[in-house]
Design a protein around this ligand. Structure first.
Ligand code: CO
Length: 141
């Protein structure tokens, strides 16, 4: 895989209106296990990562009104928010995609869960699915 190539799915992001209730439900229904919890104030969102088998599900809830995530929740309701793919370098992948004329949400990487670099590709580029690029991280706990 070159630095800009897009690899496997890292996680699925699901938008919820009550984070603790959603975590309890995902644990009860799927038997998922909480592995990470964080607030990302610059994105106005609180996030809990859960493991289900070998996959990670990211439950996210807005913490402030009038952010992008808040508007998404209030216009479309709870449910699938984004699909995240691993790339070796978010910066290289953004350059590559921009060079191919792909519409991006983020022109530069931002800090995501665990402090790793992330960036979003516009849903218009991928048939209605907001798509996140993330640098590799071991989900261990
Ligand atoms: Co994500």
């Amino acid at each position: 895989m070159t630095a800009s190539e897009i690899g496997t799915i890292d996680h699925i992001g699901i938008l919820v209106s009550d984070l603790d209730a959603a975590v309890r439900q995902y644990v009860a229904v799927l038997g998922a296990v909480e592995v990470e919890r964080a607030e990302l104030p610059e994105q106005g969102v609180a996030v809990v990562a859960l493991r289900s088998g070998g996959s990670i599900i990211e439950l996210m809830c807005p913490t402030e009104p009038d952010t992008g995530v808040w508007r998404f929740l209030h216009s479309r309701g709870e449910g699938l928010h984004h699909v995240a793919y691993v790339v070796d370098s978010v910066d290289a992948a953004l350059d590559e995609l921009r060079g191919r004329g792909v519409e991006l949400v983020d022109q530069v990487a931002r800090a995501g869960l665990g402090g790793r670099k992330v960036a979003f590709v516009h849903p218009r580029s991928l048939h209605g699915v907001l798509t996140e690029l993330v640098e590799p991280m071991e989900w261990t706990r």
